[in-house]
Design a binder for this molecule. Structure first.
Ligand code: ASP
Length: 293
């Protein structure tokens, strides 16, 4: 049986402070973390969680450490994880600062009767499960603070920060899973929740089709139910690549911008984006691929 993994590190416009090599390398290292788990017979769910934790811990990406900030320079994190076995899912939205929101999303899935917890309630749940909140300063890098100051001066409103992270995998037993984590869009209004924690928008997994994780302009992903579309097409027989391309052309139809990664039930990998760049890496049949533009 084939097992495979795909990881993304965000889609968006190129920016002058982008480091292409750092982004590719960060994605590849995270993909290796997940692939090792799959090779040892671990589950797709454990693999995608471990990949996303690695990316959240890498300050190059807009998730966990390295998160972007709201218009009030506060941190509100979104994350979701989904297990394709029984359409189990867990998510957090507008979560106060925690180093690894994806772990809290998994706790919501496994240790609460709910799918999505937000803001203060999510914080209280996380602390009850043994996670410790941290100071916002611990997650906001000097680069992010400088970008925030530039944006504040330009007063241009919500803009793409890039660097959202996600992973999809298919394990030896034929199960699939998806996980996505982000600080959201730079200068978003406090209280704004994007596509990432909304099951079927930014994150979806169904063993009968495959798994998908999106990045880009969250409002457009929500309006197109982007990852649902990818998984539905795979369920109807499209390959991961065909399904990803079709969904991105739907996104383009409403002038939305972004990208998506996918793995289908046979372990084939796919990705598509209509932005200038999307950091990504995949490993299938021991073959590593990484890209940026
Ligand atoms: N999709 C994320 C959001 O809208 C941002 C991104 O992927 O860059 O919150």
């Amino acid at each position: 049986m084939n097992f495979s993994i795909v990881v993304h590190g965000g889609a968006g416009p190129r920016s002058p402070d982008d480091s292409e090599e750092e982004a590719r390398q960060g994605c590849l290292e995270a993909a290796r973390v997940g692939y090792r788990i799959l090779r040892q017979g671990g589950s797709a769910l454990d693999a995608v969680e471990a990949c996303v934790v690695a990316l959240e811990d890498n300050p190059r990406f807009n998730a966990g450490t390295g998160t972007t900030v709201t218009s009030e320079c506060t941190v509100e994190l979104d994350a979701a994880i989904m297990d394709g076995r029984g359409l189990q899912a867990g998510a957090v939205g507008a979560l106060p600062p925690f180093a690894n929101p994806i772990r809290i999303a998994r706790a919501v899935m496994e240790r609460s009767p709910h799918v999505l917890l937000v803001a203060e309630g999510a914080r209280r749940f996380a602390e009850s499960q043994g996670f410790s909140a941290c100071a916002a300063e611990q997650l906001i890098t000097p680069k992010t603070r400088a970008r925030y100051e530039r944006e504040r001066l330009a007063r241009s409103g919500t803009s793409s920060h890039g660097g959202t992270v996600g992973a999809v995998a298919r394990d030896k037993d034929g199960h699939v899973a998806a996980a996505t984590s982000t600080g959201g869009m730079l200068f978003k209004l406090p209280g704004r929740v994007g596509d990432t924690p909304l099951i079927g928008a930014g994150t979806y997994a169904d063993d009968r089709g495959g798994a998908a994780s999106a990045t880009g302009h969250g409002e457009a992903m929500i309006r197109t139910a982007l990852t649902t579309q990818v998984c539905r097409r795979m369920r109807e027989g499209a390959t991961a690549q065909e399904a990803a391309e079709a969904a991105i052309s739907e996104l383009s139809f409403i002038r939305g911008t972004g990208g998506v990664i996918a793995v289908d039930r046979d372990g084939r990998v796919g990705l598509a984006f209509n932005t200038e760049r999307m950091a990504r890496a995949s490993i299938a049949n021991d073959l590593e691929t990484a890209g940026y533009l």
